[in-house]
Design a protein around this ligand. Structure first.
Ligand SMILES: C[S@@+](CC[C@H](N)C(=O)[O-])C[C@H]1O[C@@H](n2cnc3c(N)ncnc32)[C@H](O)[C@@H]1O
Length: 341
């Protein structure tokens, strides 16, 4: 596979109706890695838009990278393989689950000289880099949201399909979980939150259903049932009616939009000349933040340019292989090589 810095087009909406040969390239190293190292070999983790990430961020031997959402370690493994033997990756995740051997923890164990995994929120990227003695990065990747590992573990409370506590914190050290948030908010405030972060048009009915009957729901299935009861049957789609409400609560508990804004500011300042910041989003509110922030950088300074005007998106083949990728959008900001004003 030839990686061309600056070339565009992979994973864009230019329609690939046939599976592309290059996908064989991207599936091979990841699957071979996971079939060796993962506990669950039958369910390999497929990193979203891996080919586009490698193409756009161009990790090469000797480069310094940051993967700030290390998770199951899929992107991280691909980056480590390419920056070794002389490059370095600072990986972050706020969730301790990422530190296990079947996740990013296993990847850094394979590349002990070329990587470190720190438990931190990515809004702290600048402080983490300072502590590691790193002054800047050639590439920074953020693949937002929660990982499939979160949904599979019912005690984490992310899923409306399994019964568990209403928790939803990615970082279990932090204070308020989703149950406490539900208890604290007044009905109107809860309706606003579900409307704004979930873009849910039945937010008022849902908030009433959750808050007006005592006791409050105490488990994820009870919560999902209250939401389901509030959504008129006639408008139910193929999606579970609780999808948007759970998403809104998760985003609020983890302050996902706030930390994203802070992260983009800090990360852009950490790019070395020629460096690239890539962000994969799965939600229109997140994508809007990335799009606007990147545009502002380009407008306000000649030092920055966009990798592509439109976000890169997964090919139909990737979506078929990995349905989680279907709403992914990947935007890349480039700090110009010669950025003297
Ligand atoms: C979609 S998964 C990343 C998957 C990863 N790229 C891979 O290929 O395995 C997102 C990960 O980022 C972590 N995460 C989300 N928001 C974060 C934040 N603000 N700071 C640090 N980690 C975060 C989550 O805990 C989760 O493990």
């Amino acid at each position: 596979m030839v990686l061309r810095k600056g070339s565009t087009g992979y994973g864009t909406a230019q329609q690939f109706t046939e599976p592309r040969r290059e996908y064989a390239d991207f599936l091979t190293p990841i699957n071979s890695f996971f079939s060796i190292d993962c506990v669950n070999v039958n369910k390999p983790h497929i990193p979203v838009m891996l080919h586009s990430v490698v193409e756009a961020l161009s990790p090469v031997d000797g480069a310094n990278f940051a993967d700030v959402t290390a998770g199951a370690g899929g992107h991280l493994a691909a980056i480590c393989e390419r920056i070794a033997p002389s490059g370095y990756v600072m990986a972050l995740d706020q969730d301790e689950r990422a530190f296990q051997d079947d996740a990013a923890g296993g990847v850094v164990a394979r590349f002990p000289k070329n990587s470190v995994l720190l438990r931190a929120n990515f809004e702290e990227i600048a402080a983490c880099a300072r502590k590691q003695g790193l002054e800047g990065f050639d590439g920074i990747l953020a693949d937002l949201g929660v990982s499939s590992m979160h949904f599979d573990e019912m005690e984490r409370g992310f899923s409306f399909r399994h019964d568990g506590p209403i928790d939803m914190r990615m970082d279990t050290r932090q204070g308020e979980n989703a149950y406490d948030l539900l208890a604290r908010l007044k009905q109107d405030q809860l309706a606003d939150l579900i409307f704004e972060l979930g873009e849910e048009r039945f937010s008022r009915r849902i908030a009433r259903s959750i808050k007006s009957k005592w006791p409050m729901p105490n488990s994820t299935l009870e919560l999902a049932k209250r939401v389901q009861d509030a959504v008129p049957g006639a408008v139910r789609s193929r999606r579970h009616p609780a999808t948007k409400t759970f998403q809104a609560l998760r985003m609020a508990v983890n302050r996902e939009l706030d930390v994203l804004e802070t992260f983009i500011e800090s990360a852009a300042a950490l790019l070395v000349p020629g460096g690239r910041l890539g962000i994969i989003t799965f939600h229109s509110l997140e994508d809007r933040i990335v799009k606007n922030k990147f545009r502002n950088f380009v407008r306000e300074s000649k030092n920055f340019q966009l990798f592509s005007k439109k976000p890169l998106t997964p090919s139909p083949f990737e979506v078929q292989e990995n349905p989680r990728a279907r709403s992914a959008k990947f935007r890349v900001l480039i700090r110009r090589q010669d950025d003297r004003e």
